[in-house]
Design a protein around this ligand. Structure first.
Ligand code: SAH
Ligand code: SF4
Length: 345
């Protein structure tokens, strides 16, 4: 069976090399070609002997994704459409920030969580991504950039619920932060979850990354209606897990709160939210709902959004209004479907 090289860490690659009769340092060389030098083919690996290169071509998979299309937004956001080897498609979104780029990475094809406001959720679940398919999004996007080193931040906020694909996601994260590999900083990786409590607890023990929690409502009835996961893990259980989450010095948990017209946008909602988050090291990202075709929801008017924010700020809770980027190319939060609007393919 062909081996997924991009799902292996440095030690595993050394081991693989030895197992196949090559010295361990060849494994380290391959590792460096893949994650540092972003090799696009085994032939690029010019300091490997030809015999090893042809062995690799026979025995290993180098590319797990094929870039089939990319779209640019007016605001500089770029959306990549990748095809997987089984023909399914996923998306990654590269977002310009003031002095760096952030890549929004997918963890599953579709999503099983069924949140009512989310286009990915409406598609249903197709399958988990392998560690190599998650890591390859970062490699391929870097390869397409003029200054790959300026891609410093990663958010697991693309298609899928990362904690529902726990093992593969954690393995991918370990590869991304590995010092001999891509060397991303733990502080610059954020995992966003809809609130799978047992896996949140496990994550805190297994690896250090920033946590974002999609709260989106301040009472259980509203949250039950928007996010079926709340019936399993209601707000109180979710916030208990957040309180217990090990946070590095001066770090905070980000709570995402989509503002939906007439559903969760009153002053009373803001008051309840304040109460829930009191005592937590928390900041809030307010995301005016991104509309998509067939969704019954819309974003509140601007004055209500500002009033909601003001209420939180008045009580010393950091609250940022996150204008989603890339809306014109359906690259914003909750708009990823693995299909491109131009072709619908
Ligand atoms: N499954 C994970 C990560 C992917 S979703 C999670 O739910 O956290 C990433 C973010 O997009 C979540 O915060 C989600 O609440 C938000 N989102 C989904 N649909 C949206 C929409 N229509 N408008 C704005 N944000 C949306
Ligand atoms: Fe899945 Fe997140 Fe969308 Fe909910 S918001 S359906 S968890 S991707």
């Amino acid at each position: 069976m062909s081996i997924d090289l991009k799902g292996l860490d440095s030690l595993e690659m050394e081991h693989w090399a030895r197992e196949h009769g090559f010295p361990a340092y060849r494994g380290r060389q391959i590792h460096s070609w893949l994650f540092r030098r972003l090799a696009a083919s085994f032939d690029d690996m010019s300091d490997l002997p030809k015999s090893l290169r042809s062995f690799l071509a026979r025995e290993a998979t180098l590319n797990h994704l094929e870039l089939v299309d990319s779209l640019y937004s007016e605001d500089g956001t770029r959306k990549y459409l990748f095809e997987l080897v089984d023909g399914m498609t996923i998306e990654s979104v590269l977002i310009p920030e003031r002095d760096h780029w952030t890549l929004c990475v997918s963890s599953q094809v579709g999503c099983a969580m069924g949140c009512r406001f989310c286009l990915t959720g409406r598609q249903g679940f197709k399958r988990n991504l392998s560690p190599a398919e998650i890591v390859d999004q970062v490699i391929q996007v870097r390869r397409s950039m003029e200054s790959p080193e300026r891609l410093t931040n990663i958010v697991l906020m693309g298609m899928g619920e990362p904690l529902a694909n726990y093992e593969n996601v954690v393995r991918a994260l370990r590869i991304l932060v590995s010092e001999t590999g891509m060397n991303f900083s733990h502080r610059k990786i954020t995992l966003s979850t809809s609130g799978l409590v047992p896996e949140m607890i496990r994550l805190g023990k297994d690896i250090t990354v920033n946590l974002a929690v999609s709260l989106n409502a301040a009472d259980n009835e509203t949250r039950n209606n928007l996010m079926p996961v709340n019936r399993r893990y209601p707000i109180e259980a979710l916030l208990d897990a957040c309180r217990a989450f090990p946070l590095p010095h001066r770090r905070m948990i980000t709570f995402e709160y989509i503002l939906i017209d007439g559903i969760n946008d009153t002053k009373e909602d803001a008051r309840r939210l304040l109460k829930h988050l009191s005592g937590l090291r928390a900041k809030v990202n307010l995301i005016p709902l991104n509309p998509h075709h067939g969704s019954p929801f819309s974003s509140p008017p601007l004055e209500r959004i500002l009033a909601f924010q003001e209420m939180l700020l008045d009580h010393h809770l950091t609250a940022i209004i996150r204008k989603s980027k890339g809306q014109d190319i359906l690259a914003a939060c909750g708009q990823l479907s693995g299909k491109h609007p131009a072709t619908g393919a």
